[in-house]
Design a protein around this ligand. Structure first.
Ligand code: BG6
Length: 507
């Protein structure tokens, strides 16, 4: 029999973000966060990313007036806050050895500028990592994943304000000190590049609060502050806990030229460079020339302090973490071409690829190409910290969920990853499926865009019992992980693994 091989310490896991699963939005001293201002808005066309990503001061006022959870999907999440022990117990059954989760900043510093942290918040995460330790599950902790205290938006203009660097540092250092005995792997900021696409959820920036300023300038200045803050987290870990590893984290959407017309190839290369800029800064510790040139052309002058360059240099990341869901094409002239979506971005439709229920094109080979490109560019260990399929699932009357489309998606992506690991000479630390249980979608605030291995009985309006049901993909992952570091080629031949067969073998 032929096998794919991984290192024996390969991190196989699952991933979530606090604001998408926890709920408990105002419990035990948690402050209001930007995620608590995001409503499920059924009237918005989910294909229209401008509207999906939009946020204004009126909407925030509305959120402040309404103290309920009804409609504010991220305020209730899937109640992981109360269910974490049970959820972790069930997930551990799959055989995972890692769990990537994020900290709700507003649980630790409810207003972001508080002089002292909220002990109840810190204890919550300490209990969480202790729970993971019971099952030998290695935590990978993201410090900021689309969640920051709302007070920092209202009273400081969010990441545009340089003070945010020290607020974030204080938050990060506090959490790192509290959890250091249990957590080795850290990611300061989720998808740091997303500030360009959705500046509110990524950095708390509300355009109408910057009326006299050029908003692009605001975004890039905030981006710079995030880079400095992230670099200081790297330094803090290295100086105080030398065995810790700190990664940068970017959104990886593979971008192809629409065809071989050199003008389209050039266009694709430009778009990819925009994507690379974010990891270049965090891995190489300095701004790439092409980004500086671009900023100059846009007449954007970043305000930097004398220590910033040194901070970026000293704070370069130990590993490159990324999310991967889909790919798009691009063209220098898109007139008349069919458009498509990727992760909160638009592109030109690729006729060779199928698409998900939400119109994201499914491209497993794009994952392999991403691994090759990123490794060749940086020669740093890579980590796939998000990969998964958002789809409509049906709960059958017997409690089963037959999500063969998700098994198909995961199987094809994991296979490409294993081929890359075997043939491309890359270094890869691990792979996490996006989704433990279902959770609230980051972009559309729907739960019906389900990613989990475990179904949660809840609808987009927030109705349901919150009961959990294992999907077929849960058993499929369990079967995959049962092979350890030697995975037979044959496992990927059929994606329709019968659930009975899997559970029988594993019992
Ligand atoms: C990633 C984010 O970009 O995409 C996650 O880090 C998000 O937070 C995931 O959930 C999928 O996007 P969505 O909008 O379908 O939830």
């Amino acid at each position: 029999m032929k096998y794919y091989h991984t290192n024996t310490n390969f991190l196989w896991g699952v991933a979530t973000a606090a604001n998408q699963v926890e709920g408990g939005w105002n419990e035990d001293g948690k402050g209001m966060s930007i995620a608590d201002c995001l409503r499920y808005r059924p009237q918005i066309d989910i294909r229209d990313y401008k509207s999906v990503n939009s946020m204004d001061s009126e909407e925030i006022k509305r959120a402040l007036r309404d103290n309920s959870t009804k409609g504010w999907a991220k305020r209730h999440g899937v109640d992981f806050y109360h269910n974490y022990r049970d959820d972790i117990r069930q997930l551990a059954e799959t055989g995972i050895n890692t769990y990537r989760f994020s900290i709700a900043w507003s649980r630790i510093f409810p207003n972001g500028d508080d002089s002292k942290p909220n002990k109840a918040g810190l204890d919550y995460y300490l209990n969480l990592v202790k729970e993971l330790a019971k099952y030998d599950i290695e935590p990978v902790v993201t410090l900021s994943h689309y969640e920051m205290p709302l007070n920092l938006v209202l009273n400081y203009d969010a990441w545009y304000d340089r003070k945010l660097i020290s607020f974030f540092e204080k938050f990060a250092d506090t959490v790192i000190d509290y959890l250091h005995e249990y957590v080795k792997y850290w990611i300061p900021i989720n998808e740091i590049d997303s500030i360009i696409r959705h500046p509110f959820s990524s950095a708390g920036l509300v355009e109408d609060r910057f009326q006299n300023k050029n908003f692009s300038n605001v975004i890039y200045q905030s981006m710079h502050h995030q880079f400095v803050a992230a670099a200081r987290v790297v330094q803090y870990c290295h100086n105080n806990y030398p065995s810790m590893k700190v990664g940068c984290m970017v959104t990886r959407t593979m971008v192809y030229p629409y065809n071989s017309d050199p003008q389209n190839v050039l266009q694709a290369s430009k778009v990819m460079r925009d994507v690379y800029a974010f990891s270049d800064i965090q891995v190489r510790g300095k701004y790439p020339n092409f980004l500086l040139k671009q900023l100059e052309e846009k007449n954007i002058r970043l305000k930097m302090e004398s220590t910033d360059e040194e901070d970026l240099k000293k704070g370069s990341a130990d590993f490159v973490a990324f999310s991967y869901y889909s790919s798009v094409c691009t063209a220098y002239d898109v007139t008349g071409l069919k458009v498509t979506k990727a992760n909160r971005t638009m592109g030109v439709y690729n006729k060779y690829l199928p698409e998900s229920d939400w119109g994201w094109q499914i491209d497993p080979i794009g994952l392999r190409l991403s691994l090759i490109d990123l490794y060749d560019r940086y020669q740093k260990p890579l980590f796939i910290v998000e990969n998964g399929l958002g789809a409509v699932d049906e709960l059958a009357s017997d409690g089963s969920v037959h999500d063969d489309y998700r098994i198909d998606y995961l199987s094809k992506h994991i296979k490409q990853m294993l081929i890359s690991l075997t043939q491309d000479g890359i270094e890869l630390m691990g792979y996490c499926i996006w989704g433990t249980t279902d959770m609230i979608s980051a972009s559309s605030n729907q739960i019906s865009k389900r990613y989990g291995l475990i179904y949660v009985d809840l609808d987009d309006e927030g109705n349901g019992s919150y009961k959990r049901y294992k999907k077929d993909s849960f058993y499929w992952y369990k079967k995959l992980l049962s092979f350890g570091s030697e995975i037979p080629f044959s496992f990927f031949k059929t994606t329709n693994v019968s659930v009975e067969e899997v559970s029988l073998k594993i019992r």
